[in-house]
Design a protein around this ligand. Structure first.
Ligand code: TYD
Length: 210
């Protein structure tokens, strides 16, 4: 097959408030796609780029950044993530590889968008010609109470976005984002409080419908 005739990969994003089980479900979907003979590139934001490192420092409380600095760094990191000639999303999709990404611009709209007045965060992300719209966004949905319970069970250090009141606001904000994007992006909300296998089966059937 030549590059011209190669079928493009599919770009699938997972979102969810902290503790929703993204890592587990991403792993299971990757295995299921590979079992079908598909090539899969699994990736996440923040990335391993320089801007990704700056973001992780700030998220972990090592350095302090303003909301605008965070929003801009996420956009820079996302552009790199799309266009990197070595491991960029664009390259992978063009090579026929399915891309599964842990968090994407929906997180910026929900987290940074709620901290900064106006539509600057939205425009930076949605109007950027080098930030691709995914083919499917899967939102693993948990109530903030369920999320906090899982976080407290499984982790020692809490990142700055993890407290119940904030989770509630972020979840509401995610729903606002999904409503605003309902005509442009394919977004599926999946109840993440159910058994792992049941959630996985629903995700596989959503991907099959693509
Ligand atoms: P991380 O621990 O890397 O991943 P996760 O919580 O998904 O397991 O944390 C990433 C944090 O970054 C998370 O709290 C959400 C936040 N974030 C934003 O605020 N804006 C963004 O655009 C992205 C991609 C993430």
């Amino acid at each position: 097959m030549t590059d011209q005739t190669k079928t493009r990969g599919r770009f699938i994003v997972f979102e969810g408030i902290d503790g929703a089980g993204k890592t587990t479900q991403i792993e299971l979907l990757e295995q299921a796609l590979r079992a079908e003979g598909r090539l899969v590139f699994r990736t996440a934001e923040p990335t391993e780029s320089v801007s990704g490192g700056l973001l992780r420092d700030a998220l972990g409380g090592v350095s302090k950044r303003t909301a605008c600095e965070m929003a801009a760094l996420f956009v820079l990191d996302r552009i790199f993530h799309n266009v990197s000639p070595v491991s960029g999303i664009e390259k992978m999709l063009a090579d026929g590889i399915d891309v599964i990404c842990d968090r994407y611009y929906y997180s910026s709209l929900a987290y940074q968008g709620s901290e900064i007045e106006g539509d600057w965060v939205w425009r930076m992300n949605l109007d950027c010609p080098e930030i691709r719209h995914p083919d499917l966004c899967i939102f693993l949905d948990l109530t903030p109470e369920q999320s906090m319970e899982r976080i407290n069970r499984g982790r020692v250090t809490h990142e700055i976005y993890e407290n119940e009141e904030r989770l509630r606001r972020v979840r509401d904000r995610f729903f606002g984002v999904f409503d605003a994007l309902k005509n442009t992006d394919r977004i599926c909300v999946v109840d993440a409080a159910r058994p792992i296998a049941e959630i996985h089966n629903e995700i596989v059937s959503l991907v099959k419908q693509m």
